[in-house]
Design a protein around this ligand. Structure first.
Ligand SMILES: *Cc1c(COP(=O)(O)O)cnc(C)c1O
Length: 363
């Protein structure tokens, strides 16, 4: 292991995983708990896998303090399939749903909902370049639900306080890129979903947390794989689940517990993001952050340099220094540093050291 060369991985997703998690998966790969098989090769109905999925759920419940009247599901189809399942399951015929549009992902979510029925935009910050959160919301008091995206992965805009829906309007959240990055009050939500591959594990599994009374709203005769009630009552085992991905999520959750839980995870995340934001702020305008200060994300930090030419050089030189995945999304341009839970403080420090050096040479 001494010659192990790991990159500093700033990829937006799939993203960095904790080294300890990868090492544990490696050590258990050929013989999982004395079965003589890998997790990928055992039955999803075996007692060994039952323990994997139940422990993952229990650890998630502990980390997020999920109340007893919520179900946890491990589904497939990515966050994208949730864009479809949510209106299918939660929006009764003739009722409209509200969406807050603060970036690419909520814009994608509302588009999918529009295909299936009545949908309103409660706010849309696109005209301002998706740089911040809306000042005010135009809310439908009769909406089937209010959907928001807690962290816009591409624009680097994050909600630290949930929007407040009208009384009796359930709050639904795409938390894909800041899931388990800090404690939240789950009881404020009717449904939370997150593709695991940003902060909670590998791709292939999407975690859905849904309140029981919402599950009761599931319409009859939905296609089985799109039916929350079937998925929830079967314990995500109606069909073969993504067993390896669930196992990996379980290891990540155990790792998060070992860090001291989500309050400790948040503290480290604030330290890392603080290093990068301070460097941007102290660069005299050489580096320019995309998001407004109040809304800037702890997870994804998009920033620009004085020219596209410099941005290209920055990405190339960074790569030479084992700083990987810093090229921004084409819709925002420039750079983006993704600092998910598994990014170490040392990695964030390596990035800001590089940024300062780069400015000295090119500023
Ligand atoms: C990545 C991402 C998605 C899309 O996830 P898939 O699992 O690829 O469908 C949706 N929402 C947010 C906030 C994301 O970061």
């Amino acid at each position: 292991m001494s010659d192990l060369k790991r990159a500093y991985n700033f990829n937006p997703g799939p993203g960095v995983l904790p080294l300890e998690v990868l090492q544990q998966a490696q050590s258990e790969m050929l013989d999982f708990k004395g079965t003589g098989m890998s997790v990928m090769e055992i039955s999803h109905r075996s007692k060994e896998f039952e323990s994997v999925i139940q422990t993952a759920e229990a650890d998630l419940r502990e980390l997020l303090a999920i109340p007893a009247n919520y179900k946890v599901m491990f589904l497939q189809g990515g966050a994208h399939l949730q864009f479809t399942m949510i209106p299918m399951n939660l929006r009764a015929a003739g009722v409209s749903a509200d969406y807050i549009v603060t970036g690419t992902w909520s814009k994608t979510a509302i588009k999918e909902a529009q295909k299936l029925g009545a949908t309103r935009s409660a706010a849309n910050t696109e005209a301002d370049g998706f740089k911040g959160l809306p000042d005010k919301l135009d809310l439908d008091p009769k909406a089937a639900y209010l959907h928001f995206t807690s962290n816009e992965t591409i624009h680097g805009v994050e909600y630290f306080v949930e929007p407040t829906p009208p009384a009796d309007v359930p709050l639904v959240c795409d938390a894909s890129s800041d899931f388990i990055s800090r404690p939240i009050d789950v009881s404020k939500y009717a449904l939370i979903y997150a593709g695991a591959q940003k902060n909670a594990g590998p791709s292939g599994v999407t975690i859905v947390i849904e309140r029981d009374d919402m599950i009761e709203r599931t319409p009859a005769n939905l296609p089985v794989m799109l039916d929350y009630k079937i998925m929830a009552t079967s314990g995500s085992l109606h069909n073969t689940p993504p067993s390896w991905a669930i196992y990996m999520v379980g290891l990540v959750l155990q790792w998060a517990k070992k860090q001291g839980g989500l309050a400790a995870v948040e503290k480290t995340n604030r330290t890392k993001a603080g290093l990068v934001y301070d460097t941007i702020n102290q660069s005299g305008g050489f580096y320019r952050g995309h998001a407004q200060t109040e809304a800037r994300s702890l997870m994804n930090i998009p920033f620009r340099l004085p020219s596209e030419e410099l941005e290209e050089t920055f990405a190339k030189d960074a790569k030479k220094n084992s700083l990987i995945g810093l090229k921004g999304h084409r819709s925002v341009g420039g750079m983006r540093a993704s600092l998910y839970n598994a990014m170490t403080v040392e990695g964030a420090q390596a990035l800001v050291d590089f940024m300062k050096e780069f400015q000295k040479k090119n500023g």
